[in-house]
Design a protein around this ligand. Structure first.
Ligand code: 26V
Length: 824
């Protein structure tokens, strides 16, 4: 009987249109004679959603039948961006549905443009999680993501007089077709309360934690379809909700505010994504978010494991949990608590299960980003967990003491507890001790963590525990979707789309680097992408830019270590040179459009001044007719994933110029190069490995190396009269008031002087300018540049997130793909 009513999956245009109309009339309750682009988007999205749900169910059913080991990716951030175009492409429906939409009188581009980004992340870490989910789905791994369903994503950025202003990102204003509310999957989460001891039947003393008022975690599932497979995995996002609607006692006394206060606090837990990137702010609500998320996820994972009826000792054979940075580290403590207090295991048996289950990825070595929480706060929010942390630390330090007797300094350095007053819990230490593998995100970064912040842990645990997993990006979103023209050209040349599942196949493009016709078409695609970006810039900022100019782009979070300040200082230098030139000299220079984008954390004063300086420089330069359009400066507001999809395909040069040793990996560098843009960069993060792959001739590298940074910081070049004269001239220019009231920029300039130039702009400025000159020189030879551009794309195979995910699966998780056949 079921078979008889099953709806067949038809991919054709007519099936799409009939579903579209059904959704317009039934789901949206609108008349087909009166639909705008937004309704067309919603009806299309709901049609795709139906297909996703089918695949999601088939996938879960297939996995349940096999009972494989599953991998769980715990991330406080999933920066997914838009879903409709991605789902259409991954499901292979873009063409038929596209025709269907256009037939009904809409432009597909306008329809796609109605979608708001799911911006549940800050930057690199959150977007990496999204790329990894795409690869896990595409490679048929039985995987789940776990995160929080924030009511507000990363703030929207607007500019007011060149200053950043933040606006709330209320992304759930209209319905969200990309989530499936699971109102029946609800888990009670407790905070506070008390711990009591009792003696069990075997005469052992055990602890039991009874928390205070429960808060409900409600599941919302986000299906993630793989490309060219039926596999469709799940990201489960938790939303917080009060268990009781209001406090009856206060209500009956007429104290209405008090009656709903606890309830409002419960809803607040998942209200907002913290907008800090690479900077720890010790807010209690953030800690509550972390525990709420981790406790709900583990309860869900344990429940699913128990359905298998396997013995608890099999847990690590069925479950691998990856910790995306230290944010979910309390999961280690929560699992130990469940195993010891609830399941009644012995401490050591439980601890073996815990450490075999978890692995930890570190994403930064910046000291200010290291998470630590005050012991008194943990004690009152999570009393039993705090006891368990002390016990984990005790047993750990005992084992250290045994191996290295009488080294008290070593014990203090390794301790999970920082012995200050108050004491703090060092989350990275807890994550290392509770995991069987720890990894960095690029070769240099993985080596640096082993020799600096985690050095003592390497000495104690040995090298094998510490690995490298160089980051990757999904070529589906970052080439096929963002750059359809280049994707088509590549597919035509290679004869098929296999490269989208095996990015090393791009190597075959090398055959054509000297084929004039191919080069011409390659350059034409870049040109049309630059024209598209020029249109976008005009619409957003009113600035006209010449798309024949060299497009020089730096888009990423605004942070001192990323040195956008150095970039804009070099722009001032360029501007001053241009002004001094004769018209004839100016004619011979390469015109440039310097494009910036990125958000500053709302409390990061210096980063906000960098944005203001960029806009002040832009105001002066863009108005100056005397330089004859040889330079334009643009700050694109509200940089996010969907804006990146327009920007990335349009670069000639992109800048990745962090102080050596500070950028763990970077992933936008990979996106730009994959799209045939060259890099101007420092010897840092993944730039190094990109250089290795694409070769010297195709990248512009400059600056001091990581192993020099420590000494340079002590050399005080910033104030001993040796400051690069070009740099000094530029600072003088700002101070003269050339770019508006110079008093505004005093704190910013001070970072280079009394602030001791921690990020070494003074030391790198000279080689930066020389590298810039080499870029100009190289760009003059259009033919050579085209060749470089092609070789860049052709040699990027390594940086697919598919490669990264296979490495995680094979050498950390020990999980296998499960092909999903269609289940009717
Ligand atoms: C840290 C913190 C600290 C506590 C408060 C909130 C918060 C939010 C996010 C983070 C993560 C910072 C680390 C991070 O995003 N690292 C970036 O990770 C990318 C993916 O591995 C990598 O490419 C970038 O180089 C690295 O900066």
């Amino acid at each position: 009987l079921w078979e008889k009513f099953a709806v067949p999956e038809n991919d054709d245009k007519e099936s799409f249109q009939s579903s579209f109309v059904r959704h317009v009339t039934s789901t949206l309750a609108r008349s087909v004679y009166n639909i705008d682009n937004f309704s067309a988007y919603q009806a299309t999205a709901h049609t795709v959603r139906d297909r996703l749900i089918k695949r999601w169910n088939d996938t879960q059913q297939a996995h349940a039948e096999v009972g494989p080991k599953r991998v769980y990716y715990l991330s406080l951030e999933f920066l997914l961006g838009r879903s409709l175009d991605n789902a259409l492409l991954n499901l292979g429906l873009k063409e038929s549905y596209g025709e269907g939409v256009e037939d009904l009188g809409f432009r597909m581009e306008d329809v796609l443009d109605q979608e708001v980004d799911a911006a549940l992340g800050n930057g690199g870490l959150g977007r990496l999680a999204a790329c990894y989910m795409d690869s896990l789905a595409t490679l048929d791994y039985p995987a789940w993501g776990y995160g929080l369903r924030y009511t507000y994503g990363i703030f929207q950025q607007r500019l007011n007089d060149g200053f950043q202003v933040e606006f709330p990102d209320y992304w759930l204003n209209f319905d969200n077709p990309w989530e499936l509310p699971r109102l029946d999957v609800v888990i009670d989460i407790y905070f506070g309360g008390s711990v009591s001891k009792y003696t069990d039947n075997n005469g052992r003393v055990r602890a039991i934690w009874e928390g205070g008022e429960p808060i409900q975690a409600v599941a919302y599932d986000v299906p993630i379809p793989g490309y060219g497979t039926k596999n469709c995995i799940n990201i489960r996002l938790w939303s917080s909700k009060p268990k009781r609607k209001f406090d009856l006692k206060h209500f009956n006394e007429g104290q209405y505010e008090k009656a709903v206060q606890a309830q409002m606090e419960a809803e607040n837990i998942t209200a907002v994504l913290y907008p800090n990137d690479n900077h720890m702010v010790g807010k209690e609500l953030r800690l509550k978010q972390q525990y709420f998320w981790v406790a709900a996820s583990l309860a869900d994972i344990v429940r699913r494991f128990k359905k298998s009826e396997k013995p608890i000792s099999d847990f690590p054979k069925q479950v691998a949990i990856q910790l995306n940075d230290t944010h979910p580290t309390l999961a280690i403590v929560e699992l130990q608590r469940i195993l010891v207090d609830v399941e009644g295991l012995e401490w050591d048996d439980a601890w073996d299960i815990v450490t075999d289950t978890f692995a930890f990825t570190n994403h930064t070595i910046l000291p200010e980003a290291m998470e630590k929480w005050p012991v008194p706060v943990l004690t009152y929010l999570l009393p039993r967990h705090m006891q368990i942390i002390f016990d984990i630390n005790l047993f750990f330090l005992q084992s250290v003491e045994k191996k290295y007797p009488d080294d008290r300094d070593l014990l203090a350095r390794l301790s999970i507890i920082e012995e200050s007053s108050p004491q703090f819990v060092r989350m990275a230490h807890l994550a290392i001790v509770g995991s069987h593998r720890v990894n960095g995100v690029a070769e240099l970064h993985s080596n640096l963590i082993k020799t600096t912040i985690f050095k003592d842990f390497v000495k104690f645990f040995g090298q094998e525990k510490f690995q490298n997993k160089t980051n990757g990006i999904t070529p589906r979103r970052w080439l096929h979707q963002a750059n359809p023209k280049l994707s088509d050209l590549i597919t035509e040349k290679l004869g098929n789309k296999d490269w989208l599942k095996d990015l090393f196949k791009l190597k075959q493009l090398e055959k054509y680097v000297d084929d004039p016709d191919f080069k011409k078409r390659w350059v034409a695609v870049k040109g049309s992408n630059k024209a598209r970006l020029a249109d976008y810039i005009k619409k957003q900022t009113g600035i006209s830019v010449n798309s024949n100019a060299l497009f020089d782009i730096q888009v990423k979070r605004i942070h001192e270590y990323k040195r956008q300040f150095m970039n804009i200082l070099s722009v001032i230098h360029r501007y001053n040179l241009l002004k001094k030139m004769t018209p004839k000299q100016r004619k011979e220079t390469v015109p440039r459009v310097v494009i910036f984008g990125g958000k500053a954390a709302p409390g990061y004063y210096i980063a906000k001044l960098v944005i203001k300086l960029i806009n002040s420089v832009a105001d002066v330069v863009n108005k100056d007719l005397s330089i004859e359009d040889t330079l334009k400066v643009v700050f694109i507001p509200d940089y996010n994933v969907s804006v990146a999809e327009i920007i990335v395909p349009a670069s000639d040069i992109s800048q990745h110029i962090s102080t050596a040793g500070t950028e763990a990996s970077g992933t936008s560098n990979m996106k730009f190069v994959l799209n045939g843009g060259l890099i101007l960069g420092t010897v840092d993060g993944a730039n190094i490995e990109i250089h290795e792959e694409i070769g010297d001739e195709n990248i512009f590298m400059f600056g001091n190396l990581a192993d020099k940074v420590e000494d340079l910081r002590h050399a005080h070049r910033y104030r001993n009269k040796q400051m690069d004269p070009a740099l000094k001239a530029v600072l003088d220019d700002i101070e003269s008031g050339h770019f508006g009231d110079p008093r505004i920029f005093v704190p910013l300039i001070n970072t280079l002087t009394i602030g001791k130039d921690y990020y070494l702009l003074s030391d790198d400025f000279g080689s930066y300018l020389r590298a810039q000159d080499m870029v100009d020189e190289a760009y003059k030879d259009k033919d050579e540049w085209a060749k470089k551009s092609i070789l860049c794309t052709a040699r990027m195979g390594k940086f697919s997130s598919d490669r990264a995910i296979k490495e995680y699966a094979e050498s950390i998780w020990n999980v296998e793909p499960i092909p999903v056949e269609e289940v009717r």
